[in-house]
Write a protein that binds this ligand. Structure first.
Ligand code: FE
Ligand code: FE
Ligand code: ZN
Length: 306
């Protein structure tokens, strides 16, 4: 048994842990299948893409068995406000150099916000994008203009959670300051929040072993009230690597103890924690990872028993 935060937790009987993973959405059961998968992992939240993450081809929401999925959620007492959508990867609204990409990105964000709302989901995670060599400030200005355009015409109240990035290539959103610049540059700040990814912030140079300090800094620069989602991933690379390669819990450079502390941190009460760790031997690792992160009981070589 682990003892971290035992005292804190004793004082926090109301600590509500929402933990789940990324789940697929595929034919024929679509959303109903996603909900079933999440329940089979012992999750009480999850994250999904409304179509393939690598492209913008989307099936009409009417065909995705949304009412059936929502009914199953209700039956199981799952709080829908904790479920998360992730926008497709290829959106890059920070690329002002290519008007076609910028426009496609705006159209895609609007369409994804509307699709998210059709599932009854309130938060969509978005990668801030790449400034493609034009500089952080130029990229951020383009992104802010794009986001405001989206918020003014999408007709939903879905929030966008800007994800903290690993700092690959010309990615923006590598530091809390860059995220803050994006929020400051938007008119519709009430629609913006943040998704903190443990693998990405470690890659960006934040020391996960000093998580209290990370949260203090986050609070000082952005404000903890903006924190809407945590992505819980171990990392294949050491701190500062800027690589963005996720690893199974306990198998990477962050380790089980540090990630357990993140999941149970008193300041993150009620914030959904989502695993985006890789499949192992083509098997989903999430049931085991969720169980270990809930209980604090780490099982050595758990992956070999999948
Ligand atoms: Fe992401
Ligand atoms: Fe992530
Ligand atoms: Zn990542």
């Amino acid at each position: 048994m682990l003892t971290y935060y035992e005292e804190d937790l004793q004082n926090m009987e109301d600590y509500k842990l929402f933990i789940g993973s990324h789940v697929d959405m595929k034919s024929p059961d679509s959303y109903l299948g996603s909900v079933r998968d999440a329940l089979s992992y012992g999750a009480n939240t999850f994250m999904f893409y409304t179509g393939a993450p690598q492209n913008t081809f989307r099936k009409p929401v009417e065909t995705l068995k949304i009412p059936e999925g929502r009914a199953l959620l209700k039956e199981n007492g799952i709080d829908e406000s904790k479920i998360i959508v992730h926008a497709p990867y290829l959106i890059n609204a920070a690329n002002i150099a290519r008007e076609d990409i910028y426009e496609l990105s705006v159209n895609t964000i609007v369409s994804e916000l509307r699709r998210t709302a059709a599932f009854g989901v309130k938060v969509m995670v978005l990668h801030p994008g790449s400034h493609v060599g034009l500089g952080v400030e130029t990229g951020i200005a383009a992104l802010c203009k794009a986001l405001d355009t989206c918020f003014e015409c999408d007709g939903t109240d879905v929030k966008i959670a800007l994800e903290t990035m690993a700092g690959k290539g010309h990615e923006i959103g590598r530091t809390f300051n860059e995220i803050k610049m994006i929020i400051d540059g938007c008119k519709h700040k009430e629609r913006l929040g943040v998704c903190l990814d443990t693998c990405h912030i470690s890659d960006a140079g934040y020391d996960i072993n000093d998580f209290d300090h990370i949260l203090d800094e986050f609070d000082k620069i952005i404000g903890l009230d903006r924190l809407l989602v945590i992505h819980v991933n171990d990392s294949k690379n050491p701190i500062g690597a800027h690589k963005d390669r996720h690893e199974n819990i306990g198998y990477g450079y962050l380790g089980f103890e540090a990630l357990y502390k993140v999941v149970h941190h008193p300041k993150l009460n009620g914030i959904p924690k989502i695993l985006e760790t890789p499949y192992y031997n083509e098997k989903a690792p999430y049931k085991q990872e969720i169980e270990m992160l809930r209980s604090g009981n780490y099982v050595e070589d758990w992956r070999d028993k999948l």
